[in-house]
Design a protein around this ligand. Structure first.
Ligand code: NAD
Length: 349
């Protein structure tokens, strides 16, 4: 096994905690990247990894990403991430979740969890039986918290409007052509808002019928999933998978703006330079898609209701504008500017 602190993804993490509970079959890792701004917040991923090293790398990489995301969202939260190493059958039991809750609790509030891949709000309820350091629980209407998708979509919509303003000089999405990759929770919500503004939409989804249905409903066009990245449009909004901006795909883009909700859109750090070199205005993903984390963070902190969540999400365009202004002033890719700003905020700049 590789010593974690020699891995490229180790970034002076404050803690890397391993938990085993033989009785329930739990094996889990909690990575605490930074608590500079507050408790390290980030979801739990329930995943079958080929080996333990891969799980550690995921926890290190994702927890650092959460530090940056929470800082740029203006939240009083640090960054952390947990992974539960699932077996090949992805067996998950109440006993395992109870043991995981005890593991979280043993950190005394330094780490706060929520849903990530493979975890549901029902799982959060199960974890909440043994720790209070959990968010993403079902909530009453009008409260902060609950399904983060619609709030993320709202923040992405505001970010797209800010990008349209900066790159095209337009005050609304009326008549602006937006190509959306993935019309699930985030992309679908974005499409509905943009359609209501009179935008021209081209939609695509790996589930072609899903894209066709929404396109019919909204009076939009749809194309096969393989074609969306080369549609000529004003904005490309990636709202499906990560790593879609590669050397090849960036060279083929026919848009002046990329602004969407998908996590980790840049396949490699060099792709930040490639997007910048093409003169494309890029909205760093973790800045524009912070609506969901703002929602669950306020739920955990008990700070306010839906109106407060919305007020904080409305500040996303301001942060994007700060990033774009610094990017233009210093001729540095927006993604790198965002990382630098985040590092300054967590005291590592
Ligand atoms: P979702 O599962 O609801 O929707 C994703 C959609 O993308 C699905 O309809 C799927 O069929 C489609 N898709 C998958 N591969 C595709 C491809 N190659 N081409 C076109 N479409 C494809 O997920 P979501 O919650 O809308 O999340 C979308 C993205 O936003 C993810 O990258 C996610 O990590 C990120 N994100 C989501 C939230 C949130 O609050 N839900 C918050 C931050 C970031």
């Amino acid at each position: 096994m590789t010593a974690p602190w020699t891995l490229p993804d180790f970034d002076d993490h404050e803690g890397l905690h391993l938990f085993r509970d033989a009785a329930s079959g739990l094996t889990a890792i909690i990575a605490v990247h930074s608590t500079h701004l507050g408790p390290a917040a980030g979801g739990t991923r329930f995943w079958h990894y080929p080996n333990g090293d891969d799980a550690i790398v995921d926890a290190l990489r994702l927890s650092r990403g959460m530090s940056f995301k929470n800082a740029m969202a203006g939240l009083p939260m640090g960054g952390g991430k947990a992974v539960i190493l699932a077996d090949t059958m992805r067996t998950k039991t109440p006993e395992m979740l109870a043991a995981f809750g005890r593991a979280i609790d043993s950190l005394g509030g330094r780490y706060v969890t929520a849903e990530d891949v493979g975890m549901s709000d029902a799982d959060m309820v199960a974890i909440a039986k043994t720790t209070r350091h959990v968010s993403g629980l079902p909530v009453a209407a009008g409260s902060a918290g609950g399904d983060p998708g619609p709030t993320t979509a709202f923040g992405v919509y505001l970010g797209v409007l800010a990008a349209i303003k900066r790159a095209l000089g337009k005050d609304s999405a009326q008549g602006v052509h937006v190509a959306i990759q993935g019309v699930g929770s985030v992309g679908g919500g974005l499409a509905r808002r943009l359609a209501a503004d009179g935008a021209k939409l081209t939609l695509a989804d790996a589930d072609a019928a899903r894209a066709a249905k929404l396109a019919d409903e909204l009076g939009a066009s749809h194309v096969p999933a393989a074609d969306i990245l080369t549609v000529e449009a004003d904005v490309l909004s990636p709202c499906a998978l990560g790593a879609i901006l590669t050397e090849q795909s960036i060279a083929a883009l026919r848009v002046p703006v990329v602004a969407g909700g998908a996590n980790n859109q840049l396949a490699t750090p060099n792709d930040a330079d490639r997007v910048h070199a093409r003169g494309i205005l890029y909205a760093p993903d973790y800045v524009i898609n912070a609506g969901g984390i703002i929602n669950v963070a306020l739920e955990y902190l008990g700070e306010g209701d839906r109106a407060e969540v919305e007020a904080r999400v409305r500040r996303i365009p301001e942060r994007l504008n700060d990033v774009w202004a610094e990017s233009a002033a210093n001729d540095v890719p927006a993604a790198i500017v965002a990382d630098r700003m985040a590092k300054r905020l967590i005291g590592r700049g």
